[in-house]
Design a protein around this ligand. Structure first.
Ligand SMILES: Nc1ncnc2c1ncn2[C@@H]1O[C@H](COP(=O)(O)OP(=O)(O)OP(=O)(O)O)[C@@H](O)[C@H]1O
Length: 588
């Protein structure tokens, strides 16, 4: 089996550069945030000094009016401080949402463009966790990290600077504590990153499990699988708990170390201050001020510790996000080649394909369809019919061979150009949460109601839409459960018809429809295929009366290909034998 194209890991930029690229668009808001923090810090430093003066004046010969004005000023500053705190929180969250939403959008776009081989191995729940959960773990980093780190250092510098002016032994004790605390935190800052990454992985697995089971709720209930599901759920939950606990313990380690050091520092500062007060070297107000400033020292250090924790969480989320972003789709974008107007020819030239290296699914498929011709594709279940359509839409890469549409190798076309001209009607109709109009046009606002109604009328579907309570404005729920098999097919046909394709691949419903729906469907299919090339994956021979050519597949090999009329008249042909035996059931 030929080599599958390797997923290429892009050259990754240094992590911080990657993160800061998302902060660049919000740099002015960040600047405002930092300025607000400067003002807040100044106010925080001012208040203990007011209290110091208040105490000294109260214990000395201060007048009541000056005491009252000091108290009034204290109140004003406290209120201002509160206002600034709210503004900083608001701005911080604003910055965070803007930056993280950009990452979410980048991740979602990237994942939507990844190939089917990647998606086959991932559950939607896991992807939700990776696109949203991992990014949420970075949100605090964006909200507060830069601002709080700067704010903490400014506050520390303010306190220590002031203390050095007034009392150097205390200032030296405080500085030693500050340096040691920061040193410890930085030294072991990455301790929790790997554990946090495993925690996020366990979370993703849990959400994957929940989503998978809810999506298959019918099967789970019908087979009495709820207790077994709950068992697996509890095991996944336990794993989240164990990884979460380990990650938390590692993340809080730097903070615990600083708490111990802080207690020792407060004791030393108090001992020195009380000693100086007793010897009359400082006033009672000064004693309070020194104590207050030592207490205040804890805030920025704690802040730094918190941010260190957030940084570890952010770093693990960031690693996972970048890991995802560095995966490249195996489907390479083509060049600027254009497809011709009108119906398109289709040719397969010695196409070989397998979903994995071990098993080949399609063997040496070669055929040619002229523009406007219709091909009926028949074969037992698992013979490779849908695989042919997936290859035509470039959902997978070929192993060897060439597929041409309109004479152009599909690998040399931009994917968008291919999807504009090739439409596919599948058996599984995916509905999105929105109106019937949104679902039919796939949220394309350029398609007018007249166009939609005219198309549906042409396909004979107008009565169906008119029967709905609010017509095109009727709300459909996500999934597809609200449509019957017949309605789903009519719906899918209209959706593809509206894109005006030049080549249509139609995967016929295998379930039996009632005679009336079948008749409407057949008319709609004939309308759809008029003026374009068509490939019909047929499950019933009766629907192939209108096709020009027939291909019979068996175990991935093309055992017959030719004009339908000629094959029907050739008694030794596979198709004629099938017709004779009237073994439609085989394809149901
Ligand atoms: N995503 C996949 N990964 C691995 N193997 C796959 C995948 N999809 C299909 N196959 C295998 O490829 C083979 C051909 O599948 P394909 O869906 O093309 O058959 P089909 O003829 O369309 O069947 P049906 O009539 O039941 O829709 C089957 O053996 C199937 O198990």
């Amino acid at each position: 089996m030929p080599q599958k194209q390797e997923r290429i890991q892009q050259q990754s930029k240094p992590s911080m550069t990657w993160l800061f690229q998302y902060l660049r668009p919000v740099k002015w808001r960040m600047l405002a945030l930092v300025l607000l923090l400067f003002v807040m810090t100044a106010l925080q430093l001012l208040n203990p000094q007011l209290v110091q003066r208040f105490i000294d004046q109260a214990t000395g010969s201060g007048s009541v009016s000056s005491l009252l004005s000091l108290a009034g000023l204290y109140l004003l500053i406290a209120v201002l401080n509160q206002l600034f705190t709210v503004s900083v929180d608001y701005l911080g969250n604003d910055v965070s949402w803007r930056a993280t939403n950009r990452i979410r959008a980048d991740l979602l776009k990237h994942v939507l463009l990844l190939d089917m081989r990647f998606h086959n191995t991932k559950t939607p729940g896991e992807m939700i966790e990776r696109i949203d959960g991992d990014v949420t773990s970075m949100s605090n980093f964006f909200a507060m990290f830069v601002a709080k780190i700067i704010g903490s250092f400014v506050l520390l510098a303010g306190i220590l600077g002031y203390m050095f002016v007034y009392n150097w032994p205390i200032a030296a004790t405080m500085t030693a504590f500050t340096c040691m605390s920061i040193g410890v935190m930085f030294g072991i800052r990455d301790m929790g990153v790997n554990a946090s990454q495993s925690e996020r992985q366990a979370n993703a697995a849990l959400f994957g499990l929940i989503e998978e089971r809810i999506a298959g709720i019918e099967d789970v209930q019908a087979n009495g699988g709820v207790p077994r599901l709950m068992n697996r759920y509890h095991r996944a939950m336990r794993s989240v708990f164990l990884f979460g606990r380990r990650a938390w313990m590692r993340r809080v380690m730097p903070w615990n170390v600083t708490v111990v050091m802080f207690t020792v520092t407060v004791t030393i500062v108090l001992m020195i201050s009380v000693h100086m007060y007793l010897r009359g070297q400082i006033t009672l107000g000064m004693l309070f001020l020194f104590f207050q400033y030592t207490q205040m020292l804890n805030d920025p250090i704690e802040q730094l510790g918190d941010q260190m924790q957030e940084f570890q969480k952010a770093k693990s989320g960031m690693r996972r996000a970048r890991e995802l972003l560095s995966l490249q789709s195996e489907i390479a974008e083509g060049g600027d080649n254009e497809l011709p107007q009108g119906p398109l020819s289709v040719s397969f030239e010695q196409v070989n394909f397998g979903y994995n290296e071990e098993q080949r699914i399609l063997h040496d498929i070669s055929f040619m369809l002229q523009p406007g011709e219709r091909l009926g594709l028949i074969g037992r279940t698992g013979s490779g019919k849908s695989s042919i359509s997936r290859l035509l839409l470039r959902l997978y890469n070929l192993d060897t061979g060439v597929i041409r549409v309109g004479g152009v190798d599909i690998r040399s076309l931009r994917l968008k150009a291919l999807y504009q001209k090739v439409g596919m009607v599948t058996q599984d109709v995916q509905l999105f949460d929105g109106t019937l109009r949104d679902n039919l046009t796939l949220f394309n606002p350029r398609l007018s109601d007249e166009e939609i109604l005219e198309t549906t009328n042409r396909l004979g579907l107008l009565p169906w839409i008119e029967a709905l309570p609010e017509g095109l404005d009727s709300r459909l729920s996500a999934g597809g459960a609200s449509l019957s098999a017949g309605e789903a097919q009519l719906f899918a046909l209209t959706r593809v018809f509206l894109t005006k394709p030049s080549l249509v691949i139609l995967d016929e419903p295998s379930s039996r429809l009632d005679a009336a729906t079948e008749a409407i469907l057949q008319t709609a299919v004939d309308q759809l295929l008029e003026g374009c090339t068509g490939i019909v994956i047929a499950h019933r021979l009766a629907t192939l009366d209108q096709v020009d050519k027939i291909m019979v597949l068996r175990q991935g090999r093309m055992i017959e290909f030719g004009a339908r009329a000629a094959l029907a008249q050739n008694p030794s042909s596979e198709y004629a034998q099938l017709l004779r035996a009237n073994r439609q059931e085989e394809f149901a």
